[in-house]
Design a protein around this ligand. Structure first.
Ligand code: WT7
Length: 661
């Protein structure tokens, strides 16, 4: 794992970026975050976090200890405090007299809408909690949630939290196989799903994937099914239960289960450098503290007046932290939208912003680039003047997209917050603070108050300003992952072994002359496609599980829209090799393998390009040199190939590819 040629062009581009955008005096005057916040965190970091935990979270039993770091890398935060996540997200707002405030403006893809107040949410979550308990779910159990972006998804997560059962949300775009392995790893007792959801103007089934995932041996006893599309659904009597039957019959009063601060809140699976996904474990007190604190300060939330919208699906960490927990803890009013940005037309997002007067908007660079491609007259048709803060997450935002976002969407006025974080960090770590930071197009800039990060070289030494290296976190933080579900050793090996006593995030970064951080992309075998994390190994093993494939190597090649795109190089087995000789046969092989990857992992993992090659470039020790394949995939002159076991391999690959054109 070294910083290689891949980072060089990005580095140079970013070195040339010198524009800065100071906050307006008006914005600064009303901002939630002040210089004081930074000063307090610097004076006494732990006391600062204790204060945030008291300010943003309501405790049933107050904590007396802030951090225990006596057994690194296993941290506990606010350990002796007791609380409940759903109570914090819902009930306390009702108790404070804000029950009539809208929590969720739901916008279904077909155009159906529903507004849910905090009082409504309290009733729904309580009923769902009673229903789950009646089905035998207990504190400490795991529940898998496989739902579209509908109100019930939020209710289901909070109902689990209310009884102290950990939820594990699996993105609705993942396959039955992916669902099966996550259910097995988490040991889930119950699955909450729907008949289907609406995507691109069609009802897309979800339940069949659950049925397939549960065939054979499974820890799952019950499946709760939300009726969303009304499509025909196979039914397993005794196992399957309709959500509406269950919840409508349940009592609207439920006493939250008060759990310890370190009680598991959820497990979320994410791809790593090796084959099987890791169950990232988050606990309650620290996670809630940091998601609420960051949502309040980074988005400058004014709960009484703002309308917030984060476009992420609840299947990702962004949906957990910035659709469910952060905003609801802060009593925000937010929009949730079920569908795609271009259904039924390419102005759908901007129409939603106009309709609900969205003031705080959070999305991903890939979406911004897609909208750029569609043309600025599309957002130009809508009134976007309600917007006052724009957020970005998932990958570095290139300066062109940043400038477009600011000018076309933000009216040349709304500050942009480029937020760096990960599934593992649980909440935003590096970001401008609107009202305080002079923003720079393309830089996430500074660790937030209370967070400590550094860019280091191979020897774990901090690099000077103006240089690149690895981004590390050198102090524990409240919302840090507490481990990998069921595998403490893998937690140590994956995150804490590259550099002694430092959490290594997997990203390359650079500090500019002001000390601001610029993210340069992953330095490991993890790809970032449309802000979603995919593992090269996982896709390679999906490919070789197909009978036609002898060997496979996958790389992330840069792509104008999706950031990176999956490009696969495959060697076919001899009995299938003839297939790829003709153009037609080779197109067929590509389609078959793309469909196979979609089935094994999910459509998001489908390679954009599959190249059939006679050999793969390997070092003498047998390691595939992905760097060279990336050169091929990105149409560059192939770099230094002298460490290859067989240096003619790259010629073979090039010849084969040019022969077919
Ligand atoms: C990886 C984490 C955090 C929610 C979405 C993705 C990349 C994330 C940024 C950013 C540059 C970013 C990193 C990171 N990333 N945000 N603002 N600038 N890179 O969560 O799937 O856990 O992926 O996304 O490479 O390591 P995730």
């Amino acid at each position: 794992m070294t910083l290689d040629a891949r980072q060089a062009p990005a580095l140079e581009n970013m070195l040339n970026e010198t524009r800065t955008f100071p906050p307006s005096t008006d914005f600064a005057a009303q901002a939630n975050a002040h210089q004081e916040l930074i000063d307090q965190a610097q004076t006494d970091r732990l006391e600062f976090w204790a204060e945030q935990a008291r300010k943003h979270v309501t405790w049933k039993v107050p904590f007396t200890k802030t951090l225990d770091w006596s057994n690194p890398p296993f941290a506990t935060w606010f350990e002796d405090g007791k609380l409940n996540a759903a109570y914090n997200a819902v009930d306390r707002h009702v108790a404070a007299g804000n029950g009539d405030r809208v929590a969720l403006h739901f916008e279904g893809e077909p155009g159906d809408t529903r507004s849910v107040t905090y009082a409504d949410l309290q009733r729904e979550v309580s009923r769902a909690a009673n229903a789950l308990a009646a089905l035998g779910v207990q504190t400490g159990d795991r529940v898998v949630i496989y739902l579209p972006m509908i109100v019930e998804a939020v209710v289901a997560m909070l109902a689990c939290a209310r009884i102290g059962a950990a939820h594990s949300v699996v993105f609705g775009g993942f396959s039955a196989d992916a669902l099966r392995s996550r259910i097995a790893d988490a040991g889930a007792k119950l699955v909450i799903t729907a008949d289907g959801g609406y995507r691109r103007g069609r009802a897309t089934a979800l339940k069949p994937a659950v049925d397939e995932a549960l065939s054979g041996e499974t820890p799952v006893e019950k499946v709760v099914v939300v009726r969303r599309t009304g499509q025909d659904t196979d039914w397993t009597d005794g196992r399957d239960v309709w959500w509406h039957d269950l919840v409508e019959a349940a009592d609207i009063e439920h006493t939250p289960v008060w759990v310890d601060a370190e009680h598991p809140l959820f497990i979320l699976y994410t791809s790593g450098t090796t084959g099987n996904p890791k169950g990232i474990l988050h606990t309650t007190g620290g996670y809630l503290t940091q998601t609420a604190y960051t949502h309040y300060n980074v988005f400058d939330l004014k709960a009484e007046t703002d309308v917030y919208w984060c476009t992420a699906d609840i299947g990702w960490i962004t949906g957990h932290s910035y659709v469910v927990y952060g905003p609801l803890l802060n009593g925000a009013t937010q929009v949730i939208y079920e569908g795609t940005p271009d259904t039924p037309h390419q102005g759908r997002w901007w129409e939603i912003i106009e309709k609900y007067k969205v003031s705080l908007f959070y999305t991903a660079p890939t979406a911004i680039r897609t909208c750029m491609k569609w043309g600025e007259d599309i957002p130009g048709k809508y009134d976007l003047t309600s917007l006052r803060v724009l957020g970005s997450v998932g990958e570095s935002i290139n300066p062109e997209a940043w400038m477009w976002y600011r000018r076309v969407i933000g009216g040349d006025n709304a500050p942009i917050v480029d937020t760096w974080w990960q599934t593992e960090t649980g909440a935003i770590m590096i970001s401008p603070l609107p009202g305080l930071t002079s923003t720079k197009p393309g830089s996430a800039q500074r660790p937030l108050p209370g967070i400590s990060a550094e860019v280091v070289n191979d020897n774990a030494e901090a690099v000077p300003n103006g240089s690149g290296g690895y981004l590390v976190l050198n102090e524990p933080w409240p919302s840090m992952l507490r481990g990998i579900w069921g595998d403490p050793q893998r937690y140590i090996d994956t995150y804490w072994s590259r550099f002694k006593d430092l959490y290594f995030a997997g990203d390359g970064a650079k500090k500019d002359d002001d000390g601001d951080v610029w993210l340069l992309g992953r330095v490991d075998d993890v790809m970032n496609v449309s802000g979603h994390r995919l593992s090269t190994m996982e896709i390679e093993s999906a490919l070789v599980s197909h009978e036609a494939v002898a060997e496979a190597a996958v790389v992330g090649a840069s792509d104008d829209t999706t950031g990176q795109a999956v490009v696969a190089f495959v060697i076919l087995r001899e009995d299938h090799a003839a297939l790829a000789q003709s153009e037609e046969g080779s197109a067929q092989v590509q389609e078959t393998l793309r469909a196979h990857v979609a089935k094994e992992i999910g459509p998001i993992a489908k390679p954009r390009t599959i190249l059939v090659v006679p050999e793969l470039p390997k070092t003498r020790s047998g390691k595939i040199m992905r760097r060279l394949l990336r050169d091929v995939a990105e149409n560059r002159a192939v770099g230094d190939a002298t460490t290859l076991a067989d240096s003619s391999v790259m010629d073979l690959i090039a010849d084969g590819l040019s022969a077919r054109g």
